[in-house]
Design a binder for this molecule. Structure first.
Ligand code: ASP
Length: 330
């Protein structure tokens, strides 16, 4: 037995050397990494993912980083896809505040937000804006209120499905005004924006990363921002906050973070986190984000443990608000 063990020892050493070499090799040259975006192409989450993919590719030493738009059900389909994907570091998820609102909104969420993912670090914080179709007669928030009151029962509000950031913001808005609107769900606010510009829907609350360009080129009407203070981005600096126009406690900021399936090897996690940190300091990435009103994360939430702690605190924050609103999906 002893001699058998002895004869196996070199084999064991070889196996561990090979495994070690494999771990050190992440990402294997020519093997693409995929960032799953749980919303449609052309929207704000998609835009962040594509810019981030570009900024992370070099520091990660990856030949290609692809973006896979696994859209639907307010972002839960894409999140579930990554929760169930091979835990090898080659499939990761970019998701927003929906990670924290979905546990309160979905009775049968097919994954556990805090248990089924490795947290890779946060990317940005993004304000929201309340916008309207270009043909709306209201040119400011006071006029919007008058128009809403004159159109009770007829107003519709676009969103990216139950659990989307636009859904949360719309919900807060309706609650603050005590005014019901018909919500129209899309697979992302990219396609919703097309319909808003076309006049098929009336209103939408969405990230500045999707709206600032359209506001600047006057393709949509803009009424307010959802932050406690006015923004400095040129396209948005003249917009009042919702608090200023009378919705006292209205405040919501969206954030994005990166996730890998639970069980992804520590070496791959470290390399992904290292590459994320480099990307967040990449002047091109920072400039693009700031130009769209987003703030790149520079605080401790770039660390996986802090990212997870933050998401847990957001789940605790939004859960009771969603419960009180009485909205849920099975
Ligand atoms: N902005 C969308 C949301 O409302 C998602 C997207 O299309 O990026 O969550």
């Amino acid at each position: 037995m002893n001699s058998l063990l002895k004869s196996l020892a070199p084999l064991a050493m070889l196996a561990s050397a090979v495994l070690g070499a494999q771990a050190a090799e992440f990402p294997i040259k020519d093997k693409a990494i995929t960032i799953v975006v749980p919303f449609a192409a052309g929207g704000p989450t998609d835009r962040v993912a594509r810019d981030l993919a570009e900024a992370m590719r070099k520091p990660l030493g990856a030949s290609t980083i692809l973006v896979d738009n696994a859209a639907g059900a307010g972002g839960t389909i894409g999140a579930n896809k990554v929760a169930k994907a091979s835990a090898d570091g080659y499939t990761i998820l970019l998701h927003h505040i929906g990670m924290a609102t979905q546990p309160g909104l979905y009775r049968n969420l097919p994954f556990k937000t805090l248990d089924d993912f490795e947290y890779l670090g946060m990317v940005n914080d993004v304000p929201m804006t309340l916008i309207g179709r270009p043909s709306l007669p209201a040119n400011n928030f006071a006029e919007l209120r008058t128009w809403l009151n004159a159109n009770k029962g007829k107003v519709n509000l676009a969103n990216a499905g139950l659990g989307a950031a636009s859904h949360l913001c719309g919900l807060l808005f309706m609650n603050a005004l005590k005014f019901d609107m018909t919500t129209v769900p899309y697979k992302g606010t990219g396609p919703a924006m097309t319909d808003l510009i076309g006049g098929q829907v009336d209103l939408m609350c969405d990230q500045t990363t999707n709206t600032s360009g359209q506001i600047e080129s006057k393709k949509v009407k803009a009424y307010a921002v959802t932050t406690p203070n006015r923004l400095t981005t040129p396209a948005l600096k003249d917009l009042p906050t919702l608090q200023e126009v009378g919705l006292k406690d209205f405040q919501v900021t969206i954030w994005h973070g990166l996730y890998a399936p639970k069980g992804t090897p520590p070496d791959a996690l470290k390399k992904l986190n290292d590459a994320l940190k480099v990307a967040l300091k990449d002047p091109d990435f920072v400039k693009k984000q700031e130009g769209l009103g987003a703030v790149v994360v520079t605080d401790k939430r770039v660390e996986p443990a802090e990212h997870k702690k933050f998401v847990a605190s957001e789940i605790a924050k939004w859960g009771p608000i969603i419960k009180a609103a009485g909205v849920y999906a099975d």
